[in-house]
Design a protein around this ligand. Structure first.
Ligand code: ATP
Length: 233
């Protein structure tokens, strides 16, 4: 469904991605793990055109995305939940979710809103609250929910569990599996290597802009290098 070939990204003089190659099959959960600054977020941002790669290709269902605008890419069926609290603080939860569904009909909107509320019941309770007054975890749920509102075929999640309490982390990971059951494909960037390798069909380990290791999630969970570097001994 998604194929990235030999992707290079520079931020000024910083060579952030040095020839990334990865593939995400339809209906799968694929995770990118790696230490801070490895290039995980840059990879996601490149897919949706928020960063322009200097070389390489990103193909989604056979179509080259690097020539398209972010707007066009989202229209192709890709949703992104960005890292951190990237919600509209002065809008309510419901208004934030509406923004994720701007290209949908009213019927599609209500259906998807119900789906998001069933995944994150807290958002239904807080639908009239300004997003800026939510807790960090709740804001993360808004960002995740907003990414789902356009019924994307591919969902990109950037650290959806960052800074969350253990119970909420579990809720987020359950939501990721539910989204896959709904038929979507998931590319997940995570610091929580243990949890993401557990649910991932396939995983890539990034270091300083390169893929240094890849394999099935459960295989990498047993890999000595991965255990040492990312899972603690
Ligand atoms: P983290 O887990 O800490 O979020 P990451 O793997 O997502 O890290 P990126 O955010 O993709 O890493 O960053 C890759 C490299 O590019 C880092 O060295 C970072 O400092 C650099 N970088 C990222 N964004 C910018 C920017 N806007 N301007 C300059 N350098 C940047």
């Amino acid at each position: 469904m998604l194929e990235i070939m030999d992707l290079h990204v520079f931020y000024g003089g910083i060579h952030a991605l040095k020839g990334i190659r990865l593939a995400v099959g339809e209906g799968r959960i694929v995770t990118l793990i790696g230490s801070n600054g490895a290039g995980k977020s840059t990879t996601l941002r490149s897919i949706v055109g928020l960063v322009k790669p200097q070389a390489g290709s990103v193909r989604f269902r056979g179509e080259e995305l690097t020539r398209l605008s972010t707007h066009q890419i989202i229209q192709r069926g890709i949703g992104i939940s960005p890292e951190g609290r990237h919600v509209f603080a002065n809008l309510t939860v419901l208004e934030n979710l509406e923004l994720g569904a701007y290209n949908r009909t009213a019927a599609e909107f209500s259906g998807q809103l119900e789906r998001v509320y069933s995944l994150f019941p807290r958002l239904r309770e807080r639908c009239r609250q300004l997003a800026g007054t939510l807790s960090g975890g709740e804001q993360q749920m808004v960002a995740f929910g907003r990414a789902l509102m356009g019924r994307p075929k591919l969902v990109l999640l950037d650290e959806p569990s960052l800074g969350l309490a253990p119970l909420v982390v579990e809720e987020v990971f359950q939501a990721i599996e539910a989204v896959r059951k709904d038929g979507a494909t998931v590319l997940l960037v995570e610091q929580n290597a243990m949890a993401s390798l557990r649910i991932a069909d396939y995983a890539y380990v990034l270091e300083t802009g390169r893929v240094i290791l890849e394999g099935e999630g459960r295989v990498l969970l047993e890999d000595e290098k991965v255990i040492k570097a990312y899972l603690g001994e």
